[in-house]
Design a binder for this molecule. Structure first.
Ligand SMILES: C[S@@+](CC[C@H](N)C(=O)[O-])C[C@H]1O[C@@H](n2cnc3c(N)ncnc32)[C@H](O)[C@@H]1O
Length: 417
């Protein structure tokens, strides 16, 4: 423990501006904002090894900010956190319990504090910055390997979506992000799938591609899509076209088809899922059009043909990343009718609540850049999805892709409509 770490434990009350002065003094003296307890321990005990966990001053603040802090004290704590971020504190470094500072506040039920919002905002800024660095392939620091390989740096085990864990060949070369996304997808598309009770899973690794616990979330998605069939003054469009990307278990498609839209397009890439669509008679339904293949190719053709525009578009795939979704937005704005609705399975970062909140803000910002205003409805998820229960939906599945108590259901429409 160093003096900087001691300071962040708030041993002395009340917490006054002296804390900020002291913090500024340490940081200006050159102590990094990310200086960890582990590094301090190793330094004191002459240990050369690189520590594997990172308990930073921000972790300590989140652990020790008093529950009974007054409004004045909280203002001081806010300024301390702001100062740490100005000096480069990391929002997603993890401590010995694998907790980020935000996770600690959630565990302490203190995520209503402004310092939690600061952490989430810092996550959004970091993601936007990393994206720019990736876009221009900027070599702004000597070793950018971490930035290239892992968009969220130190967040361990970050699951961005329903991401499968199929082994990739190792290579020393820096991957082109677009190419590496494609090859991830190809591995998934070559993987055998299996429909079991209440789930679609990968045959070998038992990763959940789709699970029945999401049925209520799919219902919300379906309801949102049909909201896009109302033009104005409750007048219904004469032609209602819906596009769903990713068939999976066909849960949302069954709901959509029961509402009998004029045209129901389904885009699906996996051969085993396409076989299921065939076996279950989806190809024979009059209003259904199946787009066989990846949406990246299929929607391009659809957009160029100008044959159809949609009242609702839903996106729920597997083994794709947020960068894919950003590419999808180009097609969404091209294919959506002016009063149409875009929605998606919002599992972005959902294996860690604070990351989930970062993605919520980020997707809202990104959609706004495309002229789409996204609103989120908070919905409680079934208790069986939370692993602290005796019986959970993940019992027979290799790895969970969900561990948040609340689902943020997204609904996006063109701004000003
Ligand atoms: C999570 S499931 C969809 C579940 C669906 N919402 C339901 O209600 O059952 C994801 C589906 O997306 C498909 N998929 C993955 N990547 C795709 C892509 N690039 N284009 C089209 N389909 C894709 C997968 O094969 C899988 O069937």
């Amino acid at each position: 423990m160093s003096d900087l770490h001691d300071l962040c434990r708030f041993a002395e009350r009340p917490i006054t501006s002296k804390y900020v002065d002291q913090l500024n003094f340490y940081l200006r003296s050159g102590i990094p904002a990310t200086y960890t307890i582990e590094e301090a321990y190793n330094y004191t005990n002459d240990i050369a090894a690189e520590p594997t966990t990172t308990t930073t001053p921000l972790h300590l603040i989140c652990t020790h900010v008093p529950e009974n802090a007054t409004a004045e004290e909280l203002k001081v704590v806010d300024t301390m956190v702001q100062t740490l971020f100005e000096y480069g504190a990391g929002w997603c470094l993890s401590d010995v319990n694998n907790d980020t500072p935000g996770c600690i506040l959630i565990k302490r039920k203190l995520n209503h504090l402004n310092i939690y919002t600061q952490i989430v905002d810092s996550g959004v800024r970091a993601e936007l910055l990393l994206r720019k660095v990736g876009e221009f392939d900027m070599e702004i620091i000597e070793d950018t390997d971490d930035l290239d390989h892992d968009r969220f740096g130190e967040v361990p085990e970050l699951v961005e979506e329903k991401a499968e864990q199929i082994e990739q060949p190792k290579s020393d070369e820096k991957p082109d992000p677009e190419e590496s996304n494609k090859s991830n997808q190809q591995s998934y598309l070559n993987t055998k799938l299996e429909y079991v009770d209440n789930a679609l899973i990968t045959k070998d690794r038992k990763d959940g591609v789709m699970m029945a616990w999401e049925t209520d979330l799919m219902r919300l998605g379906c309801e949102s899509l049909f909201k896009g069939s109302i033009i104005e003054d409750n007048e219904e469009d004469s032609e209602i076209n819906i596009l769903n990307i990713g068939f999976g278990m066909g849960i949302i498609d069954t709901m959509i088809n029961e509402k009998n839209p004029t045209k129901h397009y389904i885009c699906e890439a996996h051969p085993d899922v396409l076989a299921k669509l065939k076996a279950d008679g989806w190809y024979d339904k009059k209003n259904v059009v199946i787009l066989e293949g990846r949406w990246q190719e299929q929607l391009d053709k659809l957009l160029s043909s100008g044959e159809v525009y949609f009242n609702g578009i839903y996106y729920d795939t597997f083994s794709e990343h947020y960068s894919d979704m950003l590419e999808l937005f180009d097609y969404v704005v091209g294919l959506l009718k002016p009063y149409g609705v875009f929605s998606f399975f919002n599992g972005l970062g959902a294996d860690r609540q604070v990351v989930y909140e970062v993605y919520k803000k980020l997707s809202e910002l990104d959609l706004a850049n495309y002229g789409l205003q996204c609103t989120f409805t908070s919905v409680e998820v079934p208790k069986e999805t939370l692993q602290e229960n005796d019986k959970s939906v993940w019992d027979d599945v290799k790895r969970s892709y969900w561990s948040c108590p609340v689902y943020y259901h997204p609904e996006a429409r063109f701004i000003d409509l």
